[in-house]
Design a protein around this ligand. Structure first.
Ligand code: IPM
Ligand code: MG
Length: 379
């Protein structure tokens, strides 16, 4: 046991040094692309696994229609990325195979279908790998329920916390296991800035910082402290502290929930609460998500590849709304807001006001492709 303790301590020291180096690289900042002026924008399309290719087909058709002129003029390119399938990843023993990652790094932005993460084993989630490799530090998830006055946007830190080191814990066999959670100064500052910049640019008056700082005193304590330091530069915006447990209750408290606007959270709490929020909006199938970094950005559905739906033969009935919302976020990100608005309006006609073709996710509803045809008609 003594030897194992020593080995774990050495492992911990290596993690500390590696994370310190990461925080120092981050503090230097990253180059960003000015999409409003860019002469050529490459959108990488990744089908993913399970229902991924089914919902991505509709997103691709919508993108082709919306971007017809830009594609014809050579200003925008839609590029298929191959190799990010669970079969290939398992065969290669790489979460994101090196040649696929190289293709991805040639793009500016990505639209990605859900990828399967094997339970157990050593293969890391492709999402987690891509977020780290592309340094996509802000996971931005809007949730709206217009009828109830709910207009939320979540800024989830996307590269740190439990996720950074979650597959690199230590074990003293038969006795104990220990995982690590890391929060860095630069990592917290940049996500906090993203949330407050968004609030200022969009006329929001309140940012709720959600942690469990009463228990996770170092990591969440630092997250809260830095959020308030950043907030000092935005005196017109209120910065409130909340604990994650009561916030999960607040979101189902209809007397209170519409008062919240912008949420700022560490990675794992953001993961959990955005599924709850999406469910309030109508289900995880209705929510899109942006993973933003300095150089790259990736847009995806917030749900997984739904292997159970494929197994019981209901894959063709999957709801493409989530990936279409992700496409809307992508269009906004590359400075094409009028295209994003066109898509948002068509989606709202198809899913809220007219509802001629209704997807339920099951056999009793329309197919994904039928909904795609309906949407194209309205675009
Ligand atoms: C999400 C997903 C991912 C996460 C999984 C697929 C690794 O749940 O994007 O919220 O935990 O971040
Ligand atoms: Mg999640």
């Amino acid at each position: 046991m003594e030897e194992q303790i020593q080995a774990a301590a050495r492992h911990f020291e290596a993690l500390l040094r590696e994370q310190l180096a990461r925080q120092e690289r981050m503090a230097q900042g990253a180059e960003t692309k000015d999409y409003a002026r860019a002469a050529h924008i490459v959108i990488g399309l990744i089908d993913g696994d399970g229902i991924g290719p089914i919902i991505m087909r509709e997103a691709r058709r919508a993108a082709e229609k919306l971007l017809r002129e830009e594609i014809a003029a050579g200003r925008v390119e839609l590029r298929d990325i191959s190799g990010l399938t669970i079969e290939n990843r398992l065969a290669r023993g790489e979460a994101v195979p090196a040649d696929t990652l190289a293709q991805i790094k040639e793009c500016d932005v990505l639209l990605k279908g859900p990828t399967t993460t094997p339970k157990g084993g050593t293969l890391e989630s492709a999402n987690v790998t891509l977020r780290r490799e592309l340094d996509l530090y802000a996971n931005v998830r809007p949730v709206t329920v217009p009828g109830e006055g709910i207009d939320w946007i979540f800024f989830r830190e996307n590269t740190e916390g439990e996720y950074a080191l979650g597959s690199r814990g230590v074990e003293l066999p038969g006795a104990l296991t220990m995982d690590f959670k890391v929060t860095t100064d630069a990592g917290t500052r940049r996500i906090a800035r993203a949330a407050f910049d968004y609030a200022r640019a969009n006329g929001k008056k309140n940012v709720a910082v959600v942690t469990k700082a009463n228990i996770m005193k170092k990591t969440d304590g630092m997250f809260t402290r830095i959020a308030h330091e950043v907030a000092a530069d935005y005196p017109d915006i209120e910065c409130e502290d909340w604990y994650i447990d009561i916030m999960t209750a607040n979101l189902v408290n209809s007397a209170l929930r519409s008062r919240f606007e912008v949420f700022l959270l560490p990675n794992l709490y953001g993961d959990i609460i955005t599924d709850e929020a999406a469910q309030i909006q109508g289900g995880v199938g209705t929510a899109g998500s942006a993973n933003l970094g300095g150089r790259y950005a990736m847009f995806e559905a917030i749900h997984g590849s739904a292997p159970r739906k494929i197994e019981n033969g209901e894959g063709d009935y999957a709801n493409p709304a989530s990936i279409l919302k992700a496409l809307e976020l992508l269009l906004r990100h590359i400075a094409l807001p009028e295209k994003a608005d066109r898509l948002a309006e068509a989606l709202s006609v198809c899913t809220e006001t007219e509802r001629r073709v209704v997807v339920t996710g099951h056999r009793d509803g329309a197919t994904c492709a039928a909904f795609g045809d309906y949407l194209l008609e309205k675009l």
